[in-house]
Design a protein around this ligand. Structure first.
Ligand code: HEM
Length: 183
């Protein structure tokens, strides 16, 4: 409990901490994307696709599980042991898995789009638009984790249950677009 308390004190997100982490994520993305665009050889394509799909699976696992945690967290009494445990679980899931997986998905996805398709194709443009939507939902979840960490969530479990379905819908659209390439 002491440990969790200390952990939780750390988690009280200051705005500057969040800005610093966002800046680090953007820097990693730029370095990764820059290296790929400069040095990515042609025969690297299937490997890049494999890494892309592994990152996608990790990102989606987190994007489907996090709102489920928020559903339970919304029902837990503020200040209770459960509530404090959910805070730790949410923060670790977001920072340890969801954020890095998104950065890797984007970097490798953009490289594949450039190398394989020269950024051409209706399906690709629609896919990128849907991924921008998914990234916006990601941002919304990150904000929610911060609110929950500060005991400021006022939204009921029902809200998080509904929000939970959005990443699923976007994932179906994205996978159909990239595999069927309907237009
Ligand atoms: C903006 C970010 C993204 C871009 C630019 C992008 C682009 C691409 C490109 C160009 C390919 C190669 C397609 C081919 O070789 O036929 C690919 C593969 C794939 N992408 Fe993405 N992607 C992004 C994000 C995502 C996300 C968020 C998902 C899932 C939720 C996803 C799922 C997949 C899958 C499953 C494949 C493998 C398709 C296959 O082998 O036929 N991508 N992506």
């Amino acid at each position: 409990m002491t440990m969790m308390g200390a952990d939780n004190a750390n988690s009280t997100n200051s705005g500057s901490g969040a800005t610093r982490r966002a800046a680090i994520a953007i820097a990693i993305f730029l370095v990764l994307a820059g290296l790929l665009f400069l040095f990515g050889p042609d025969d690297f394509y299937p490997w890049a696709k494999a890494i892309h799909v592994i990152a996608v699976i990790s990102w989606m696992a987190g994007m489907l599980y996090l709102p489920r945690l928020l559903v339970y967290h919304a029902d837990a009494e503020k200040g209770s042991v459960q509530s404090e445990t959910f805070k730790v679980m949410e923060r670790r899931l977001l920072r340890g898995i969801i954020n890095p997986a998104m950065v890797i998905t984007w970097a490798f996805g953009l490289w594949l789009a450039w190398k394989g398709f020269g950024f051409q194709g209706g399906w690709l443009h629609a896919k990128i638009a849907a991924v921008v939507g998914l990234s916006a939902v990601h941002g919304y979840f990150a904000g929610a984790v911060r609110k929950f960490a500060e005991d400021r969530n006022e939204k009921p479990a029902r809200h998080w249950r509904i929000v939970n379905e959005i990443p699923t819908l976007l994932m179906v659209v994205i996978v159909v677009l990239v595999i069927v390439k309907p237009f």
